[in-house]
Write a protein that binds this ligand. Sequence first.
Ligand SMILES: NC(=O)c1ccc[n+]([C@@H]2O[C@H](COP(=O)([O-])OP(=O)(O)OC[C@H]3O[C@@H](n4cnc5c(N)ncnc54)[C@H](OP(=O)(O)O)[C@@H]3O)[C@@H](O)[C@H]2O)c1
Length: 244
Amino acid sequence: MRVLIIGATSAIAHETAKCFAGDGADLFLVARNAEKLQAIADDLKVRGARSVQTYVLDLAELERHEEMLNAAIEALQGLDRLLIAHGTLGNQRKSELSVEETLKELNNNLMSVISLLTLSANYFEQQKRGCIAVISSVAGDRGRQSNYVYGAAKGGLTVFLQGLRNRLSKSHVSVVTVKPGFVDTPMTTALKKGLLFASPQSVGAGIYQAMKTGKDVVYLPWFWRPIMFVVRSTPERIFKRLSL
Ligand SMILES: NC(=O)c1ccc[n+]([C@@H]2O[C@H](COP(=O)([O-])OP(=O)(O)OC[C@H]3O[C@@H](n4cnc5c(N)ncnc54)[C@H](OP(=O)(O)O)[C@@H]3O)[C@@H](O)[C@H]2O)c1
């Protein structure tokens, strides 16, 4: 099993990678922080990965994506599964005050992922098998005042993945949209933790299972599916009065 993990220093992605390592997979890991990346690569080798290779890249540099994907496919001698995990929560208030900040967040969370998907989809389509999984978010299911820039990026991503799944299903390639709720990772250190928070271990393992079985859309943990059904179903005239 040859697996490319983009945004491999993410706490959630690391947990998914541990599952693949346990299967003895060949891993190619991409992240921008070389030191963190090396520590994760070392950990995954100890956990049983057959091989682990690393590539340092700031994914906001879209023009370098093609070179990285080619390097991964060459190093792995093919590609069976791809997980795209990188993202930034950003600062909603800062985005409201600055177009530059808003576009930076959209570039990191949406445009960069669309770039990676556009390039990799053609590879998988020709190969006629494989799995692409992307971490979107429940935040993309409905815009809220507290994080609608991030939510717009994830919502755009969710729609892009719907279309891509529709296209690639004809080529027997599965496209998995992962929608976690709150997860206790470095991304949420500033947030007050409550009952709805899940561990990166459980979410990472859920992604691994979803990739293995070729699921379409997974809410992690599962209870976010009914929660988001209610959130999406609330009429706008009521929703706009809430401070969410
Ligand atoms: N935690 C949650 O509650 C939650 C909920 C729903 C969805 N998600 C999504 O889950 C995914 C993983 O997040 P996480 O919770 O595991 O948080 P995390 O541990 O903070 O991981 C985010 C990762 O994205 C990387 N990253 C961000 N921008 C990058 C760039 N331009 N180039 C390369 N790497 C970049 C970060 O690298 P550095 O370490 O170098 O900064 C970090 O490794 C994200 O897509 C996030 O939006 C998280």
